[in-house]
Design a protein around this ligand. Sequence first.
Ligand SMILES: [Zn+2]
Length: 496
Amino acid sequence: MKQKMKGSHAADGNHLFETVIGLEIHAELNTKSKIFCSCSTRFGSRPNENTCPVCMGLPGTLPVLNEEAVRLAARAGIALHCSVNRVSRFDRKNYFYPDLPKAYQITQYDLPLCESGYLDIETGQDRPNGKRRIHRIGISRIHLEEDAGKLIHPEGEPVTLLDYNRAGVPLIEIVTEPDMRSPEEAAAFLKALKSILEYTEVSDCRMEQGSLRCDVNLSVREMGKTDFGTKVEIKNLNSFREIQRALAAEAERQREQYCSGGPDSILPETRRWDNGRGRTVSMRTKEGNQDYRYFPDPDLPPVFLDRSLLCLIRNGIPELPEQKKERFLREYGLNPYEAGLLTGEKALADYYEEVVGFGVDSREAAHWILDELPRIRKDAENGEIPVKSHYLADLIQKIGEGRISRNTGKDVLMEMAVTRKTPGEIIREKGLSQISGPAELQKIIRDVLSRNADAVQDYKKGSAKAIGFLMGQVMKASRGKANPNLARSLLEELLS
Ligand SMILES: [Zn+2]
């Protein structure tokens, strides 16, 4: 009984609480070499293949800053409306852990490269007046740092293996203000951010390869209060779905804790997400910044960005998702929902424009890409689009010309993804061409009419249903290949 009371109390009291969320996102930069040495950043190399005395932290080595990493980080900053500091500096963050060969991480502390930006996200439903709800999420800073190595724990063996290929790979850490109020907002922010980093080619954002990682901070407070509650950090969440589930579960845990033990019973700690059990688990109490003993790295001079370089970076920023969406609305006659989906992912937006570029109707192209393509794409490796753009354009054109039916087109699309053949080849090999010759169709229809005398009688008595039934029989007899418009007019002709 007590359990039930507590549960219902928390559920009923949800609206009395506000959830406050801030994010720290680490994105690997798209550089060929590491941030302080010339080792490759290639993913999937043999363990420790991409290492050298610098990234292994051997005595006597000196780091040299990779200029491309600075350019990309500044690019991200400009795209996210930050001010880019003309002077920034690298610091050492000291901690001892085997993934860090130098026992310190080179990062930026009090003089980061970028500060005070924002990203607008759309949340909730469209308002009745057609205006979308925009919510501005502040970005407090973006700084450059090096990644750490990776610990591998082989199952069943009492050893830990170290792979330093990732040590020294350039990262940006993007820190938001605590401006998000629900797990859905956090997910919307991350999607928009990922999209911008992909558009600007700052990072490839492959979450499954760890090139985009997210830590979240979450606290709850009573509705109407302005002081923040005690924040809890959840580390290393690796997919949008996981992030949303972890945030929802943690908010629920904190609300219950608050109700049963008061605000002080929520401890400042770092927790991890247990996907199997669907809840967060305590890892350790939170260490303060002073524990890291930050100090300026004496091996690296301050970074000076001259005005002309900044100008160059600014001019090199391509069309961003929001601008592309506006253009798609203008040029292609799409609705905001379609334009948003297509431009949310750069690869999809580019693909769409290629298909339309072959002269295909823009609304038809959107329909096939948004409604039919996802079914075959979900099985593709790395989310690649498994059908070439000119093959899809060709397929849509063949449907438009009545060569095959829409339904057959769906099968052909599926087949193209598997065999990589052209639509023409598949239609020929499988004999899928629509029957558009009146003589052949008339024969099929006569057959159907003679076998369905009852339905013919019903039709003559004025039953509207009967013609639908007979059409169905014609399509069935032609194995779906009858041109529906022609079949219908021939059927009506023969019936009268
Ligand atoms: Zn190296």
